[in-house]
Design a protein. Structure first.
Length: 375
């Protein structure tokens, strides 16, 4: 993306964030819904043909791919020579912000493609020291599908999940049969990952191969969701076979936009969802409801002006879990203009803790290999 186009992209996003915040403050969520929800009813045909995951073009990242964004590392960062033996399955967040259809096409092009590549680079790359990364393209639900409960929105999410599930089946077929597995996702990707855990992992032999599941940027109720996911929350940094989840906020934090509607839904076991029960695992300490000082964070990604690369800044950002949120401490470096209303650092859930996530995955993989969870 040329410099002028990039600056225009940033400017438009700033306007969107500011306008959305003002509209919500003045008139409530109905304004956001009216402006962002796709027009018309769901039509699967508008999303184009489905993916063929035997074809490399249906993947953002996979072993042997040229120009794989998941193989990126920050400037001046020297990765260890040893690569772990895990197979990593990563699902990217929502990058399609338009309203012309309920689901993006497989390769949406333009700014959506730029954002998709950027998230794969800045998130999936945290795991490339632990093994081979697989990241599917999928017909993601448009951003507006998350703003209301309707038959159209549910169909859009179901279509997206069907692609993710098909990609997961291909991943299992092609990855080494005895390899430990790391699952990772963010936002919409985390929602699909949660469903994947419930439908394809919980209660099955595959669960014993899971080193960890990073279900980030999406609330999980410890009372009504977690029991159906087949793995416990991570209680310590040296535990394998567990789930990490967090949502990053600065102070003062206002999470009403997330929880007001979420608390009106039923959990995966049919029970009530409450903000008080939301899972928070600190990615720095690796512990549920944990706290960590900035000095304990091995590195936050600080992007270059064109977002094409970043440096790793250690010991800047700490965090502690409070009321289901991961509250940031320390000196937050300049990450970009995309902090959301309520001091919500959702866009930076991985970037803030890139070095810690990389360390966490490596530690849990070492535990898994030592114990070999299948026996």
């Amino acid at each position: 993306m040329c410099a002028r186009r990039f600056l225009m992209f940033v400017f438009v996003l700033i306007l969107l964030v500011v306008a959305a915040a003002f509209a919500i403050f003045q008139y409530g969520g109905r304004v956001l819904i009216s402006q962002a929800v796709p027009k018309g009813h769901f039509e699967a045909a508008k999303a184009g043909g489905g993916p063929d995951y035997a074809n490399a073009a249906s993947w953002l990242a996979r072993p042997g791919m040229t120009g794989d964004p998941a193989q990126w590392v920050p400037d001046r960062f020297v990765p260890q020579a040893y690569r772990g033996n895990a197979a990593i399955f990563y699902v990217h967040p929502t990058t399609y912000l338009y309203t012309d259809r309920w689901n993006a096409q497989l390769q949406p092009g333009g700014d959506s493609e730029f954002r998709t590549q950027l998230f794969a680079q800045s998130q999936a790359s945290a795991f490339n020291g632990s093994g081979q990364v697989w990241a599917p393209r999928y017909r993601q639900a448009a951003y507006g599908a998350f703003l209301l409960k309707s038959a159209d929105a549910q169909k859009a999410l179901d279509l997206a999940f069907a692609d993710v599930a098909a990609a997961f089946d291909r991943f299992l077929a092609e990855a080494p049969a005895d390899a430990p597995i790391i699952l990772a996702g963010h936002s919409q990707g985390a929602l699909h990952l949660e469903r994947l855990l419930k439908d394809r992992v919980a209660g099955k032999p595959l669960a014993k191969r899971v080193v960890a599941a990073y279900v980030v940027g999406w609330p999980i109720s410890t009372a009504s969701d977690l029991p159906k996911l087949g793995l416990p929350a991570c209680a310590s940094a040296d535990q394998a076979g567990c789930i990490l989840s967090w949502m990053s906020f600065g102070e003062p934090a206002n999470s009403d936009l997330i929880f007001d509607d979420w608390q009106k839904t039923s959990g995966l076991n049919g029970g009530e969802r409450r903000k008080a029960d939301v899972l928070c695992v600190n990615p720095i300490s690796g512990a549920k409801d944990g706290a960590a000082a900035p000095a304990d964070n091995p590195g936050t990604l600080v992007p270059t002006g064109d977002l094409k690369s970043a440096t790793l800044q250690p010991a800047s950002v700490g965090a502690h879990c409070s009321n289901g949120l991961l509250i940031l401490d320390g000196n937050i470096p300049p990450l970009g203009p995309f902090t959301l209303p309520g001091n919500n650092y959702h866009v930076y859930d991985y970037a803030l803790f890139w070095g810690a996530i990389r360390r966490d995955a490596s530690n849990r993989l070492s535990t898994w290999n030592t114990n070999d969870q299948r026996h």
